[in-house]
Structures are given as structure tokens and as C-alpha cells.
Design a protein around this ligand. Structure first.
Ligand code: ZN
Length: 413
């Protein structure tokens, strides 16, 4: 009996496992269909408070927390599909100077409201959808005195409890720069994403979108060569910390890391491209200003950087001189190509302390493709044709760099 019973039991177990898998699949499909969509958001100034309203296709769970320096309210939601009007959040009202929203990580979305002064949420609630009206999440924001705000500000326990990164031993982890299997690996990092839109243009163009599209064009162009392996640090509209971008380049054992950005400044006549390589001190005030705004990405999105800097100062000191030399060699090859394609700003090779360039063993450059604040540059950045020819120009510089590195490798043998 036992010898017959066992096979029957195992068949039964297999059926149960199959059933569970099928049910889980159905649940997952059901879940995907039930994604809640944010359809509108508005700010209203009232006598006693500033009201923020988010309209959704269904009621959601949420939590709120406050952060200082700069003062913000963070509204955390399950993963939401965002279909807000294109300029939502750019303009503020009352106590709120503006807000950003997006996917923070899989399963989590955030809205970050920037505050003009310390403030608290006096009332918050969700109203379910009713007689054709959408669900509404409402926050009534009131002024608070600074001491009260600072007392309330801070990370939720599950966010602040993350241990700081262990220091990386650059010497131990450093891989030979030339790939041994002959594949030359290029990591393309489209700046910003998700909750962090980056710069924006007068007609509503977002940096995070145009740099992702350019990254995709560059990947397609490089893959026509056959000897490049291309890794996109992000391939969708997701927020990634600067630390994780550096980590992605290193994990891919990239031979070259290219971060793509587009700038915005108050002077609408400024246009053209520029290339940045790493320096501990910014080369001028423009570079310093830009460094602050690019490095602000993690602060903007509500990531705690305090005591958790992605690469310690010691690591930067250990950075191989060779990596910096190679970054500069590639930057010098990029400039004439970008000049022919789109024109350059004055002093187009600049130096700044961008966090994203700080891998000690991956030659890295940051390209500012142009200025979204300039009408011509904005039109170019939104043109698929321009992006394809810019990708071709960058790829030609990569070809030159690849040949140069191959000849360096040969003379060493
Ligand atoms: Zn940027």
C-alpha cells in the first residue's frame, strides 16, 4: 500500500503546486488590471490652509512624512500609474512651491511637495469614488513653527534603518579596464527618472524623457557595430539613486560609462553641448551650479544621503589616475563630434564633482546634450532625427576611443 500511496501522493502534490501557481498567476493578472491611475492633481490656496488634492481611479493606502533641508512633505503611495497633466507640479500655490511625482521603486510611488515655509498636514483623508466622481486624496497643509516642524521631520523607521554602505576596497575590486573576453562594455546612464524629472523646457519637455530616448538611440547605434555590449542603467521611467547608477556601471564591468543629461538655465540664449569629467573641485561657477543641481537628484526624490555617501572620500583618493586619464581622453574625442553635430558652449570640457562619475575603475563622462531653456535646443532634443544623429556622433567618438584603447593594449603586450 505504501509503495502505491506515495506516487499517488506526489501526483496530488504536483497538482496542488500547479493549482497554486495558476491561482497566483490569475491574482497577478487581476492585480495588473486593477492598477490605480492618478488622473489629476491640484493645489488651492485657502484662508487657513493650502489644499492639495490628488484624483485617482480608486481609494489608496498612503503614508506621510516630513523632511527638512529642504523642507518637504513626502506622500508615499502604492505603485500608481501617473496620468497627470504635463505641467502638473511645476507651479506652486500657498505654502507649496511645487511638487514632483513618480515611481520610487517597484511597488512604491511618491509625491514630494516642496514647502515655502515649515508646515504640517492638519487634515488628510481619502474619499472613495462616488457617483462618477474620482477618488480623492486630500491634504490640508498649515504653517508650523520651525521647531515643531524639525521635531516632526525625519525618515520612517523602515527607511532610516538601512545600514550605511560598507566602504568599497577599490584596489581589491578593480577589474582590468580592458575586457578580457574582447567584448567592450558601454554603460549608458539616462539621467533622472521617475519622481525626479530633471530640467524642464518652456513647452513642458522633461529632461528625464529626452535623455532616455537619446540613450535608447545610442544603444541602437552602438549595437550595429557588433563588438560593443551596451547596458542601459535605466530603460524606463524609474527613479534610480546616483549611488545605484555608479554601482550599475561597475557591476556591468563597463569599459566606459556615459551619463546623458540636458540642462536648463535662466538665460534662454545659452545653448550647445558640454562634456564633464570628474574633479574634486568644480572648474568654474557654472560647473559648480550644475553640480549642485545634478547632485540634488537624491535629495529631491526623498532619498537619505546623510552618513550614506555612495563613495567615500578615501575611495575617490584611491581612484586610479588611469581612469581619470581615460575619461579625459574620451571627453577630448567627444568634443569635436558634438561640435559638428550641435555646437558647444564656451569652455566645453568642464570638471565637476558629479556623484555619478565617481566609479574609481570605470572611465566616466557626463554629457549635457543641450539646454531645454533654449528654444532651438529644446526643439532638437525632442526630435527623433536629431537624437539619432547625435547618437551617431557620440558613437563615432566611442569608435575612436575603442581603437585608441585597443592600440594601447597592443603596445603593452
Ligand atoms: Zn540632469
Amino acid at each position: 500500500m505504501t509503495t502505491e500511496g506515495r506516487p499517488a501522493y506526489s501526483v496530488w502534490r504536483a497538482w496542488c503546486a500547479l493549482l497554486v501557481t495558476l491561482l497566483a498567476g490569475v491574482a497577478a493578472i487581476g492585480g495588473a488590471h486593477a492598477a490605480i491611475v492618478a488622473t489629476n492633481a491640484r493645489l488651492g490656496e485657502h484662508a487657513e490652509h493650502t489644499r492639495f488634492v490628488l484624483e485617482l481611479t480608486d481609494a489608496v493606502d498612503y503614508r506621510l512624512f516630513f523632511l527638512s533641508e529642504p523642507n518637504r512633505i513626502v506622500l508615499e503611495l502604492p505603485e500608481i500609474e501617473w496620468r497627470l497633466p504635463p505641467k502638473a507640479g511645476i507651479k506652486g500655490s500657498g505654502l507649496v512651491t511645487g511638487y514632483r511625482y513618480g515611481t520610487f521603486r517597484k511597488g512604491k510611488s511618491r509625491i514630494v511637495l516642496d514647502l515655502a515655509t515649515p508646515a504640517m498636514v492638519a487634515v488628510d483623508f481619502v474619499m472613495p469614488p462616488e457617483s462618477g466622481k474620482p477618488a480623492r486624496l486630500v491634504l490640508d497643509i498649515v504653517p508650523a513653527d520651525e521647531a515643531d516642524f524639525l521635531a516632526a521631520a525625519g525618515w520612517p523607521d523602515d527607511e532610516s534603518g538601512a545600514p550605511p554602505e560598507p566602504p568599497v576596497d577599490a584596489a581589491a575590486e578593480a577589474e582590468p579596464i580592458d575586457s578580457q573576453d574582447g567584448q567592450f562594455i558601454i554603460a549608458i546612464d539616462a539621467g533622472h527618472g521617475g519622481v525626479d524629472p530633471g530640467a524642464s523646457g518652456p513647452s513642458g519637455t522633461l529632461e528625464k524623457d529626452v535623455v532616455l530616448q537619446t540613450a535608447e538611440a545610442l544603444k541602437a547605434e552602438l549595437e550595429t557595430r557588433g563588438h560593443f555590449q551596451v547596458v542601459l542603467v535605466r530603460d524606463d521611467d524609474t527613479f534610480i539613486t546616483l549611488k545605484d547608477r555608479v554601482r550599475a556601471g561597475r557591476a556591468a564591468k563597463a569599459d566606459l560609462f556615459i551619463s546623458l543629461h540636458a540642462d536648463s538655465v535662466s538665460d534662454a540664449t545659452v545653448h550647445g553641448a558640454s562634456v564633464y569629467t570628474l574633479s574634486e573641485t568644480a572648474s568654474d561657477s557654472v560647473a559648480a551650479e550644475l553640480e549642485r543641481s545634478e547632485n540634488a537628484a537624491d535629495v529631491i526624490s526623498g532619498v537619505d544621503l546623510s552618513g550614506n555617501d555612495e563613495v567615500s572620500t578615501i575611495l575617490i583618493d584611491l581612484a586610479q589616475r588611469e581612469t581619470k586619464n581615460r575619461s579625459s581622453i574620451f571627453a577630448q574625442m567627444l568634443l569635436p563630434e558634438l561640435d559638428r553635430q550641435t555646437g558647444l558652449i564656451s569652455k566645453p570640457h568642464r570638471f565637476a564633482g558629479f556623484r555619478v562619475l565617481k566609479a574609481p575603475d570605470v572611465p566616466s563622462v557626463l554629457i549635457e546634450l543641450g539646454f531645454l531653456s533654449n528654444a532651438t535646443d529644446e526643439a532638437r532634443l525632442t526630435s527623433p532625427k536629431w537624437r539619432a544623429s547625435t547618437a551617431a556622433a557620440i558613437a563615432r567618438a566611442i569608435d575612436g576611443y575603442y581603437d585608441r584603447m585597443a592600440s594601447v593594449a597592443e603596445t603593452r603586450h
